[in-house]
Design a protein around this ligand. Structure first.
Ligand code: UT7
Length: 335
């Protein structure tokens, strides 16, 4: 009889560029203040890629750290998934460039990008889990990465203050029950509803509005966000996903060690906490330092919590994200 395979996270890593943009830096060029940004979002700083750094450059150290954490060579990877909305190029995929930078070229390792915006890393985990559990791949490298600073209008105070750059990576392979470094991916659930696809959007550069002098003049190559609408959607989905995970698995809140949410806005997390009656300390929050790094946000926070000793063996970890699409996704991990 065939053995049932469960996928697991075997290693984690992350990387952020060195340059920091603080709230007070924005005060110099925009009609905004540290007080407004802090009280409305919780964000204080964000890391910004240097002009010569590309998305795949951010992937590489995060991927290498995840492989080192797993105690594995890059050669053991047979699928690379790069989850991003800010790829190196329109084509080829950033995953192919990363494969080359990892020294894996010539081996035919399948490599592809996946765009589910801020839910991207969780979409990547779901894909990796499916590949591993069906035997279509043995070890999958999943990277959530963004250089959002390249697609922001730094004269628009309502969007540019929200986002930052970074990368987080996981190695997903077959669960080894007796290995404390193997964290079973019990469940990954991914969702989308395209009705409100205009709510978070970069309008130009695709087939609807190919880049022209006009699209550039009209700043259509920058991120646009319907802030209030996304805020309401985010709170509803965070509550629904966390409550759903706890109920489906018959968990008490004590059995949940930490919840790692998408780091978009502290007030979204506060509202979700209140509605769920969950103590805010359960939530891993690092948006003060990085802002919203979209697909990088969950793996960056997960890796920081892991390396900071905040994830207790034997407890559950819940991941939850939402973003453009609109998309939303959650995961339950045995830590
Ligand atoms: O990963 C998903 C990506 N998207 C998000 O996470 C967005 C979720 N939404 C949010 O985080 C919040 O809606 C924002 C932080 C974007 C905005 O906060 P808000 O409390 O919803 O503010 P608002 O959009 O209702 O704007 C209130 C006022 C406006 O002025 P008026 O029209 O009332 O005069 C804005 O122009 O605040 C103004 N404003 C600012 N003022 C100072 C907007 N941005 C700024 C700013 N500094 N940076």
């Amino acid at each position: 009889m065939a053995h049932e395979v469960t996928a697991a996270i075997l290693g984690l890593g992350s990387f952020v560029p060195a340059k920091i943009l603080s709230n007070s830096d924005f005060e110099k060029s925009l009609d905004t203040s540290d007080e407004w940004i802090t009280s409305r979002t919780g964000i204080k700083r964000r890391h910004i890629a240097a002009p010569e750094q590309s998305t795949s450059d951010l992937c590489l150290p995060a991927a290498q750290a995840a492989l080192a954490d797993a105690g594995m060579n890059a050669e053991t990877i047979d699928l690379i998934l790069v989850c991003t909305l800010t790829p190196d190029y329109q084509m080829p995929s950033t995953a192919c460039v990363l494969q080359h930078k990892l020294g894996l070229a010539g081996r035919g390792v399948a490599s592809m990008d996946l765009n589910a915006a801020c839910s991207g890393f969780l979409y990547g985990l779901a894909t990796a889990k499916a590949y591993v559990e069906t035997g279509m791949a043995r070890n999958v490298l999943v990277v959530g990465v963004e250089i959002l600073s390249r697609v922001l209008d730094y004269t628009d105070r309502s969007t540019c203050i929200l986002f930052g750059d970074g990368a987080g990576a996981a190695v997903v392979g077959k669960h080894r029950p007796n290995d404390p470094k193997s964290h079973a991916l019990r469940e990954v659930k991914i969702f989308a509803d395209g009705t409100d696809h205009q709510h978070i959007i970069i309008k130009a550069g695709g087939t609807v509005h190919p880049t022209t002098a006009r699209t550039i003049d009209e700043k259509m190559h920058y991120v646009q966000v319907a802030g209030r609408e996304v805020f309401r959607f985010a709170v509803t989905k965070m509550v629904e996903m966390i409550q759903g995970t706890v109920e489906r698995h018959g968990l008490t809140i004590d059995q949940v060690g930490r919840i790692v949410p998408h780091q978009a806005n502290y007030r979204i997390l506060e509202s979700a906490c209140e509605r769920l009656s969950i103590p805010p300390e359960k939530f891993v929050v690092n948006l003060e330092e990085y802002g919203n790094t979209s697909a990088a946000s969950v793996p960056l926070a997960l890796d920081e919590a892991y390396r900071g000793g905040q994830l207790e063996p034997g407890k559950k970890v819940i991941l939850a994200a939402f973003g453009a699409g609109l998309t939303w996704a959650s995961a339950l991990i045995d830590w």
